[in-house]
Structures are given as structure tokens and as C-alpha cells.
Design a protein around this ligand. Structure first.
Ligand SMILES: [Zn+2]
Length: 373
């Protein structure tokens, strides 16, 4: 399943639900799923956002900063084809080389495609948090090995849905389902071909709290502001432009809440707000120009954690408490009542977060790093 393996490896049940969510969500408009839409946020600060977010496969947004001596990239591409298009755009804007590529976090949809930067710019340095480096050297990252077979296998499954007119639960396909599945079939060969090229690009520079790069006339800061989407998320902060790129700590229009510890996530987002940004680039989705969306995420996180604590204090078991967690005050604020977005909210936010909040309470790590033998 390309959608999931590109994003992260999580409980298979929710992967399937997530995929169904994407099916409902997607109004495809392009024949190629890897075409970024570029926008200049401030002079020399650019983003490339994949069209039709969150069309299958999900693809982390690329941000790059052009100085008078070089280019610094944050999340350069989840697949090589996407990265190559970002590189082409960079080359159309400047003859300066890319000097650094930073990885926001270990999930492949943000970094499995970045090796073309090394080929195009041999002196490029790759930056990540120390934790991301540890994951890259553990069994945890080996889901990349399935890239060669995921798409053909899933294509067969989808062809079955279209032939029978029913999904995996035997439910009739809606027109939206049908359109999405057909789009997947249309995209499958190019996805599969590019998936053969993915590889892990090891960082050459790691840090734990803060790394500043002075690139010509610019200062670019990489900050670890606390756990959010993983235990090693770094944000890129441009103090002069008041622009922050957050990776998947912030995802729009509905957050990814797989294994996310609520109190830590809320604290990390408060740290992001405290930067005083004017523009926020999420890991996926629309650019934000005020704190309102992050405020909503903080409110959601605190509400669910508070509910968990109250229910457990009343003597309910974990399973009972999980059933009683109430997201209804939030659902419409994320979805606007859109039935497609509601399914997305269910699969990516409500269901995984309902488990994650209890996991966090027990001190279970977000990701267990299993060393390579
Ligand atoms: Zn992502």
C-alpha cells in the first residue's frame, strides 16, 4: 500500500482505514501524482506542495531557501521524481548549489526520494535530528524494502474492487470510491517505477536541540522543539522572514495522530507558536498565515488528554475510557461537515489518537527502535 508505506508504518488496521479515507478525500485532477505547485512565500523562500493533497501517495511538502551563496532545502522529496522536480525548479531560479538538505523526520514521504540532491550537488550535507539517524540505522526503517511489491499488490486489490463494485468490506463503491480507485490504477505504474528508486539517505550532520546555518545573507535555524509526530521532529525557522516549516507536527486539513503523545504534542506546538511566525508551512496541506489552526490542534490535544484523565480518575478501564472519548466538539471544526473529510478525521485523527493517548500515559515510546542485527 503505497499511501501508507510512504507516510509511516503503523497498525495495519488503521492503514487500511487511512487508505479508505484517502479514497473518499480525493478529487484527482492531474495525471501525475508528483507535480509540485510552487509558491514563493518571501523573497527567496519557496515551497513545493504536491497537487491534490492528500491524493495517493501522500508526499511531504518541500521548502527551500535561496541565499546569495547557496540553497538550503527542508524535506526535499518522498520520491525521487518529486525531488527531481524540486531540483529543476531550484535550478530555474538560481545557479547556486544546494548546500544542505534537512530531513524533518524519519517517515519516508519526506526523505526517501532525496538522493538525487547528492547526485546533482556532490558537496551537499544532509541534516537530521539524532533520533532520525538512529531510526535510519534500525529495523524500523526496513519498510522501505516493501516498496518494490506494495504497489503491484495493491493494484491487484483495487482492480478487484472495480470489477466487483465492492470494497474490501463488501460495501458498494460510491462514485467517489470508483474515481479514486481508477486514479490509483492510472498512477500505479509510475508510482511503482519510482518506488524502485527510493533509498535511505543517511544524514551527514545530526543535532539534538538547535543547529544554525549561516548561508550567505541568511540565517536558517533548525530547532527541536519537543516530540510531536515522532520523537525527532525538527522545524526550520527563518527569523528574519518569520516563516516556520513544521514537518508533520502540523498537517492540514486533518492531523496525522498515529502514536502522538498528546501533552508533548501540545507543548511542542505551543513552542512553535512562541516563535512568532507569520507564515507556517505544514508537513502536508495548506500554508497557514496565523496561529488559528495550530491553536485548534492544541485545543484538540488538551481536550482529549483531559477527557482521558477524567475518565480514568472515575475508575473506568482503559477500554471503557477509550469508548467514551468525545471528539464531537472538534469534528466539524476540522471537516466543516464535509462527509469526505469526516472519514479522513476518523481514520487519521480520531481512531489513532484514541489509542495513542493511552499509550503515552503508560510511557510506551512512540516508536520502538529495533537495532539491526
Ligand atoms: Zn508526512
Amino acid at each position: 500500500m503505497t499511501v501508507i508505506t510512504l507516510c509511516q508504518k503503523i497498525a495495519s488496521k488503521w492503514l487500511l482505514i487511512s487508505l479508505n479515507v484517502l479514497v473518499f478525500m480525493t478529487p484527482p485532477t492531474s495525471a501525475d501524482p508528483f507535480i509540485p505547485t510552487f509558491e514563493e512565500l518571501a523573497p527567496g523562500v519557496w515551497v513545493g506542495i504536491r497537487e491534490d493533497n492528500p491524493r495517493n501517495p501522500v508526499m511531504g511538502t518541500a521548502t527551500f531557501v535561496i541565499s546569495d551563496t547557496g540553497v538550503v532545502v527542508y524535506d526535499g522529496g518522498g520520491l525521487p521524481l518529486f525531488a527531481e522536480r524540486v531540483i529543476k525548479k531550484i535550478r530555474s531560479l538560481t545557479d547556486k548549489p544546494v548546500t544542505h538538505v534537512a530531513i524533518s523526520h524519519w517517515h519516508g514521504d519526506h526523505n526517501f526520494g532525496i538522493h538525487p540532491y547528492l547526485e546533482a550537488f556532490p558537496n551537499v550535507q544532509v541534516i537530521s535530528h539524532k533520533f532520525t539517524h538512529e531510526v535510519f540505522n534500525s529495523k524500523r526503517i526496513r519498510y522501505i524494502d516493501n516498496y518494490g511489491t506494495d504497489t503491484p499488490n495493491y493494484k491487484k486489490t483495487v482492480e478487484g474492487y472495480l470489477e466487483t463494485g465492492k470494497d474490501r468490506d463488501g460495501d458498494p463503491l460510491t462514485p467517489a470510491h470508483r474515481k479514486y480507485y481508477q486514479t490509483f490504477i492510472d498512477d500505479a505504474d509510475i508510482i511503482h517505477a519510482d518506488s524502485q528508486r527510493v533509498k535511505i539517505t543517511q544524514p551527514t550532520i545530526t543535532f539534538e536541540d538547535k543547529l544554525s546555518i549561516i548561508s550567505g545573507n541568511r540565517t536558517i535555524e533548525f530547532l527541536y522543539l519537543g516530540d510531536g509526530n515522532t520523537a525527532g521532529d525538527i522545524v526550520m525557522w527563518l527569523p528574519k522572514d518569520k516563516i516556520v516549516a513544521t514537518g508533520d507536527i502540523v498537517v492540514h486539513p486533518v492531523p496525522y495522530l498515529f502514536n502522538v503523545p498528546p501533552r508533548k504534542w501540545a507543548a511542542t506546538m505551543a513552542n512553535i507558536n512562541a516563535l512568532g511566525y507569520e507564515i507556517l508551512v505544514p508537513g502536508h496541506g495548506d500554508i497557514q498565515r496565523d496561529t488559528s489552526y495550530v491553536d485548534l490542534l492544541i485545543e484538540l490535544s488538551n481536550s482529549i488528554a483531559d477527557q482521558r484523565d477524567t475518565l480514568l480518575a472515575e475508575g473506568l478501564s482503559e477500554d471503557e475510557a477509550k469508548e467514551k472519548l468525545d471528539f464531537s466538539a472538534f469534528e466539524n471544526r476540522f471537516t466543516g461537515g464535509d462527509p469526505y473529510l469526516k472519514i479522513f478525521f476518523e481514520g487519521w485523527a480520531k481512531q489513532p489518537f484514541s489509542s495513542a493517548v493511552f499509550k503515552a500515559l503508560k510511557g510506551i515510546p512512540m516508536v520502538e527502535i529495533i537495532p539491526e542485527e
